[in-house]
Design a protein around this ligand. Structure first.
Ligand code: SAM
Length: 283
């Protein structure tokens, strides 16, 4: 079999998935990470950082909708939203769908990722960077939060994995999660991606426990992301009501009342995804 060019996606520590590529569009080492944009046979355009698939043209909406909308509908009136990471601009795109939003601040450490995304990942951001409500800050998320002179209704952590590049790992640790709790408003909600809890159960449970120590309501769910090669976990931590309290009808009703159109998230989907395996309830 002629091999050709492949993206070798790490799924676990010694488990990989091969994604056949057609063309390498961009390959650049930034101050923080190796950035590759690759056109592939079955996932379309793919953003890869330090060898890890971040998102793909074909299935990015699974991840970005799940990371954004459960948290956003939990807050009664999310006007100010902070996104840590989110370089492609797709989380920003999803946040701005909520007509309650007046200000969305996206803080990514790597200007190269943002600039490459602006130019080559246009279906991801879909013009979100030009929305007058959006502000992009190039800075370490830790520094931004430590100096933040304002509070936010929703904070979304769209960072590389808790077990990925070192530059993001510190933001998953309890002492930083405490800082995020402090910059959230009264009914504030935090949403984070948590990677694969199957291959990295320790990192997953440490993150979940940190959130449970600080927030009244913590709910987790996971969904198979085809291009990741695993079921990606998401955790939503709320100072107000919990995701488990919402019915299918309430979830659909809130999305509808805010005129948010989605392709993946809906009441039935979200309730189904919260049905996690028995063993996962105790990690
Ligand atoms: N969907 C991806 C995933 O599931 O792993 C995450 C997407 S996004 C590309 C991850 C972003 O986090 C990158 O743009 C990276 O530059 C940013 N990032 C990593 N560490 C950061 C930090 N300390 N502060 C701000 N942004 C950071």
């Amino acid at each position: 079999m002629m091999l050709g060019i492949y993206v070798i996606q790490a799924i676990g520590r010694t488990t990989y998935m091969m994604i056949k590529a057609r063309d390498i569009v961009v390959s650049r080492k930034s101050k923080y990470q190796q950035i590759d944009v690759v056109d592939t046979e079955e996932f379309g355009r793919v953003l890869v950082l330090d060898g890890l698939v971040q998102s793909t043209e074909v299935d990015e909406f699974y991840y970005h909708e799940l990371l954004t909308h459960p948290a956003m509908i939990l807050h009664p009136n999310p006007e100010k939203v902070l996104i840590l990471g989110g370089g492609e601009g797709a989380t920003l795109r999803e946040v701005l769908k909520h007509k309650t939003v007046r200000r969305a601040v996206m803080v990514d450490i790597d200007e190269d990722v943002v600039n490459i995304s602006k130019e080559y990942l246009t279906s991801w951001h879909a013009g979100a960077f030009n929305d007058p409500r959006a502000q992009v800050v190039i800075e370490d998320g830790r520094t931004f939060v430590e100096r933040a002179g304002e509070k936010f209704d929703v904070v979304i952590m769209d960072l590389t994995d808790p077990y990925g590049p070192e530059v993001a790992r510190a933001l998953y640790r309890e002492e930083f999660i405490k800082k995020l709790h402090d910059i959230l408003t009264e009914y504030g909600v935090l949403s984070t991606q948590a990677g694969t809890s199957f291959f990295y159960p320790v990192e997953y449970s440490e993150l979940k426990r940190s959130l449970e120590a600080l927030f009244n309501e913590v709910s987790s769910f996971s969904a198979w992301i085809p291009s990741f090669g695993y079921s990606c976990s998401f955790i939503v931590a709320s100072k107000g009501e919990g995701l488990n309290d919402l019915s299918e009808e309430e979830i659909d009703g809130r999305l509808k009342s805010r005129e948010v159109s989605t392709r993946f998230v809906g009441g039935k989907t979200l309730k189904a995804l919260q049905a996690i395996p028995e063993y996962r309830k105790h990690i």
